[in-house]
Design a protein around this ligand. Structure first.
Ligand code: ADP
Length: 326
């Protein structure tokens, strides 16, 4: 049984219904990604107990906590709006939620948490003197100080600039690895999710669409939404290639090669050959050329190590890399 189990959890708003079922193992770092409005924050609010579900069950460590009060859930939260207490210094903020401990221990623990988030010596600083990134790290230290059973992070870095995002997200992953706390991390940034997660759950229109490691979702997406949300690719109507097949055939740009000379299909039984594809755009991305093509009126995206000279080309796709998706 997973450490956290979400069973048919439902929440209805006027034009929106959340409906989620999934499980998270103890110590797992799960990233939840999806477009804006797909229900990520709603899901975290329900797990935290900030909001009541209309149906379904939340099981934590074998116990039904669906109706449990917030304080009793022992779930930590780090959200994007900084919510430190302005009247307390950094150290007091961190010590605020600590479980019963002697004073000397509290000091020792807050010092070690400050060093964990790379803010040694900041204990006596006032909250108002902190930069955005520092305040965010103090918030993280404070959440961990309470020794939560799960830590929920809702776009904690979205207010920060790119270099800071990268350094703090690495710090969050390092903290996860040294504490072993189960973390659910909401982001709309695919690259962020790919770089720090053990596993990723994709949400769309209030539903949990798919779940897996970054590599599984990228290489073997179960549906078109997941395929395009995890990277670039081409989806051609399947009947263009196999007469009686329904749905779409999907492939990644790096799984197709281009030939400027006509190809004899008999020589390549492992490949699908698409002749007379027209190149519409060609952009160098630093390591390869990204080509936009058109095949029988449908757009295709292809990666090529060399810049093509001709406008009309053939495209070869390894059959085993084609996925039949809906
Ligand atoms: P995300 O975090 O993926 O951007 P949200 O969970 O914030 O998505 O929102 C999902 C949908 O639920 C949106 O359409 C939003 O307008 C709606 N919603 C969220 N909270 C409320 C609320 N308190 N009252 C009414 N609608 C809400």
């Amino acid at each position: 049984m997973p450490y956290l189990e979400i069973r048919k959890l439902e929440k209805k708003y006027k034009d929106f219904t959340l409906s989620a079922s999934f499980g998270v193992e103890k110590g797992e770092f799960l990233c939840i990604i999806g477009p804006s409005g797909s229900g990520k924050s709603t899901l975290l609010s329900l797990i935290a107990g900030l909001d009541k579900p209309d149906g379904g069950t939340i099981i934590l460590d074998g116990k039904d906590i669906t109706s449990e009060k917030i304080q009793k859930r022992e779930i930590g939260m780090v959200f994007q709006d900084f919510t430190l207490f302005p009247s307390m210094n950094v150290e007091k903020n961190i010590q605020f939620g600590m479980k019963e401990k002697r004073k000397s221990e509290r000091k020792k623990l807050s010092d070690s948490l400050l060093s964990l988030v790379d803010l040694e010596g900041y204990g006596k600083r006032s909250v108002s003197s902190l930069s955005g990134g520092e305040a965010q790290r103090v918030q993280l230290a404070r959440a961990i100080a309470a020794e939560p059973r799960i830590l929920l992070l809702d776009e904690p870095l979205s207010a920060l600039d790119a270099p800071l995002r990268k350094s703090i997200r690495n710090a969050i992953r390092a903290i996860h690895d040294s504490t072993g706390i189960t973390m659910l991390y909401v982001t709309h940034d695919r690259e962020e999710a790919f770089s720090i997660s053990d596993s990723i759950m994709i949400m769309h229109d209030g539903k949990t669409v798919s779940m897996g490691t970054a590599e599984e979702l990228y290489r073997k997406p179960s549906d078109l939404f997941t395929a395009f949300f995890t990277g670039e690719g081409t989806a051609l109507p399947a009947h263009l290639i196999y007469e009686n097949m329904e749905g779409y055939l999907f492939f990644r740009p790096e799984n197709a090669v281009l030939s400027e000379e006509p190809i004899n299909p008999d020589m390549y039984p492992m490949h699908i050959i698409l002749s007379d594809a027209e190149i519409l755009s060609c952009e160098f991305n630093g390591s390869a050329y990204m080509l936009g093509l058109q095949y029988q009126g449908y757009p295709m995206l292809l990666q090529s190590a060399v810049k093509p000279r001709r406008k009309t080309v053939s495209v070869m796709i390894l059959k085993e890399s084609l996925l039949n998706l809906e």
